[in-house]
Write a protein that binds this ligand. Structure first.
Ligand code: FA5
Length: 349
């Protein structure tokens, strides 16, 4: 064997080694492959052995060629070892991975209560019409809940809403608000007109629980104060919101004369029954109409109470029950279901 023979054998072995080492899939296979090219019976060992019998002039070059070959093999081995180690780590990571994803099978997702859903929907509709959301406390004083709303002490109108008083300070001066109308007063006391607000919230009355009345329920109040507002603005606003809420052009609104001390004129607002379309059914007590709440033009005395000039400003207001609205929309005939927390009811809406 001479230098040329040795070099061509090493070149061929290197080519083969590249393919074999690259194909090693495990650390053991890699050790085995490396041994095949640089181990005891490898081409490198054989050529090393043969050096003794070669022309002395070729021996250094052959020795260097074998050294270079071994270095190439070592580099190939290291590269492959790193790749296999990486694979092993990801395999181990994959193996040890904890799947924390909650499967949907058999797991029930919670959602907002029906009253909250209706409240958010109404807020969206009114915000779309340019209104702002206002809030007020649930524990109110006599001034905001009654007096500033033109309901003086001993006025018969106080008996329209049976009040739950709170024992704080002077007797019968602090109460759980009986309606959301005190938010009208609080808004006007702190803001200058023009005002366009809606105030949703919880209200309380000393009433016996029955299918349609609850001692705790929700209302949404609307108040607009501006120059030159008329009944037409009030009726138009209510019609727009009713159509949007029921998503039905055929739903009709009915206004019937009513009395509230804080609006003049006042009206009761009813909508045509969405179930029987006005023909009469169980849900609407066969009248074809379902009462939603009250409305009217803000009484001048209310403007005087908050320091607005009733000659300069006009306003309209309305308030209606959210449970009542949900009952109409979904044909629910029992208000108790809203507070019983029966998951079968909650899951349905
Ligand atoms: C009022 O509370 C007036 N503040 C509404 C108002 C606002 C009039 C602004 C004029 C201007 P009323 O007592 O009728 O009005 O209640 C309004 C609505 O609240 C009722 O139509 C009904 O939908 C709902 N509501 C009243 N009492 C209860 C109750 N006990 N349980 C469930 N919903 C009720």
């Amino acid at each position: 064997m001479n230098l040329a023979d040795a070099q061509s054998r090493l070149d061929a072995a290197l080519q083969e080694a590249r393919a074999t080492i690259d194909a090693a899939e495990t650390m053991d296979a890699l050790d085995e492959a490396t041994r095949r090219f640089v181990g005891k019976r490898s081409p490198a060992a054989e050529i090393n052995e043969a050096i003794k019998g070669m022309d002395p002039a070729d021996r250094p070059a052959v020795g260097q060629a074998v050294g270079a070959f071994k270095a190439e093999i070592a580099a190939l081995e290291e590269e492959r070892r790193a790749a296999l180690a990486g694979d092993d780590e990801s395999a181990a990571a994959e193996h040890e991975r904890l799947d924390l994803t909650l499967g949907t099978h058999g797991v029930r997702h919670g959602h907002l209560h029906l009253v909250t859903q209706i409240q958010r929907e109404l807020e969206d509709i009114f915000v779309g019409l340019g209104y702002r959301i206002a809030e007020g406390p649930e524990v109110e004083d006599d001034w905001h809940n009654f007096e500033a709303l033109n309901i003086p002490p001993a006025h018969p109108a106080r008996s329209m809403q049976d009040t739950i008083y709170v024992r704080l300070g002077t007797e019968e001066q602090v109460m759980l608000r009986t309606h959301t109308s005190p938010v009208q007063i609080r808004t006007m006391e702190t803001h200058e007109p023009p005002i366009y607000v809606v105030a949703p919230g919880r209200t309380y009355r000393n009433e016996t629980l029955d299918a349609r009345h609850s001692p705790v329920f929700h209302q949404i109040e609307c108040l607009a104060v501006d120059r030159n507002l008329t009944l037409a603005d009030l009726f138009g606003t209510i019609e727009v919101f009713v159509r949007e809420l029921f998503d039905d052009e055929s739903v009709r609104t009915r206004f019937r004369s009513d009395f509230f001390p804080y609006t003049e004129p006042s009206a009761e607002l009813a909508v045509s029954c969405v179930f029987c379309r006005g023909d009469g059914c169980r849900v609407c007590s066969h009248s074809g109409w379902i009462e939603l709440g009250g409305c009217g033009m803000v009484d001048p005395n209310v403007f005087v109470a908050v320091g607005y000039d009733p000659e300069e400003w006009q306003g309209y207001a309305f308030g209606f029950g959210l449970e009542r609205l949900a009952m109409i929309r979904y044909g629910i005939d029992e208000i108790r279901t809203f507070v019983e927390n029966d998951v079968r009811f909650l899951a349905r809406y």
